[in-house]
Design a protein around this ligand. Structure first.
Ligand code: F6R
Length: 245
C-alpha cells in the first residue's frame, strides 16, 4: 500500500484527478469505478478542468459507481445518480449510456440482480474510494461479516448521522442502500482511496498504521490488494501519527 500525503484537500483532488485522467489518456476505453460524497468533489472538478483544456477525451470511457440509496429516484437531488450527473457526467463528453449507477427504486432484489449482472461483465481499471468515519468503503459497514457481492446494506447510525448534512434533517436520510461488495471492489486493477478531515482519523489509523484486517474497519481489507494508493492531506496524516519515510 502506497500512502501519499498532500499539503491540503485541494491537492488531493489534483493528485487523484490526474491519476484518473492519466488512466484515460493511456487507455481511452478505460472503465473507472467512481464514488460520491464530499471527498471526490475535487477529483471531479480536476477531471472537468482537464477535459475543458482538451487534455482528455471521455467518449469511450465507461464508469460504474459504488452505490446508491434505496428509495431515491435518479432525479432526487441527493441520489447518487444525480450527484454524478451534476458533479461530473454533465460536464464531460462521456455518453450517459456508458455510465452505471445502480437503481435505487424498484424491487431491491431486482436492483441487486441488475447491479450484479453489470459487475459480472465489468472490469474496473481504477476504483476511486472515499472512506466512512466507521471505516466503510462503498456502503460495506462494519459488522460480524462482510459481503463479497453487490447487496442491500442497512446504513450504520454513524453513517446516517454523517450523511444528514446533505438532507433537510436526519429523518430524511435513507436507511438502506445498494452497494458493491468487498469482492467487487477488490477485483479492480488499481484502487485509490482518499480522505481528509479529523472525522476520518480512526478509520485511516486502522488502515495505514496497523497490519490488522478487521471487520470492524472494512477498509482494512484493502491491505490484501496489490495496488492500493491512499491519499490523505497533511493535517490528517499528523492526526493519525503517520510520518513519511
Ligand atoms: C460514496 C461511498 C461512501 C463514501 C463515504 C465517505 O459513494 O461509497 O463510502 O465514500 O461515506 O463520504 P464523504 O466523502 O462524504 O466523507
Amino acid at each position: 500500500m502506497r500512502v501519499i500525503v498532500t499539503e491540503n484537500n485541494e491537492q488531493i483532488g489534483q493528485f487523484v484527478g490526474s491519476m484518473l485522467v492519466r488512466t484515460v489518456q493511456e487507455k481511452p476505453d478505460a472503465t473507472l469505478g467512481l464514488a460520491t460524497g464530499s471527498s471526490p468533489e475535487g477529483v471531479y472538478a480536476y477531471m472537468i478542468q482537464a477535459y475543458r483544456r482538451g487534455e482528455v477525451d471521455f467518449s469511450k470511457v465507461h464508469t460504474v459507481n459504488l452505490d446508491e440509496y434505496l428509495g431515491l429516484t435518479p432525479d432526487h437531488p441527493q441520489s447518487y445518480r444525480y450527484f454524478m450527473d451534476t458533479h461530473l457526467f454533465d460536464h464531460i463528453n462521456i455518453p450517459k449510456d456508458n455510465t452505471y449507477v445502480a437503481a435505487g427504486i424498484g424491487y431491491p432484489e431486482n436492483c441487486v440482480k441488475q447491479f450484479r449482472e453489470v459487475l459480472d461483465r465489468t472490469h474496473v481499471d481504477i476504483q476511486l474510494l472515499g472512506i466512512g468515519e466507521d471505516g466503510h468503503i462503498a456502503f460495506n459497514e462494519p459488522g460480524e461479516v462482510l459481503r463479497c457481492g453487490a447487496h442491500v446494506e442497512a446504513l450504520a447510525e454513524s453513517t446516517i448521522a454523517a450523511n444528514a448534512r446533505f438532507f433537510e434533517c436526519e429523518e430524511e436520510v435513507p436507511r438502506m442502500a445498494i452497494s458493491m461488495g468487498m469482492g467487487d471492489i477488490m477485483r479492480a486493477d488499481r484502487i485509490v482511496l482518499i480522505a481528509s478531515g479529523p472525522k476520518k482519523v480512526d478509520a485511516i489509523r486502522g488502515l495505514i498504521m496497523t497490519e490488522d484486517i478487521d471487520v470492524r474497519n472494512p477498509s482494512t481489507m484493502l491491505k490484501l490488494h496489490r495496488d492500493v494508493t491512499v491519499v490523505i492531506d497533511r493535517a490528517l496524516a499528523e492526526l493519525v501519527g503517520y510520518t513519511e519515510e
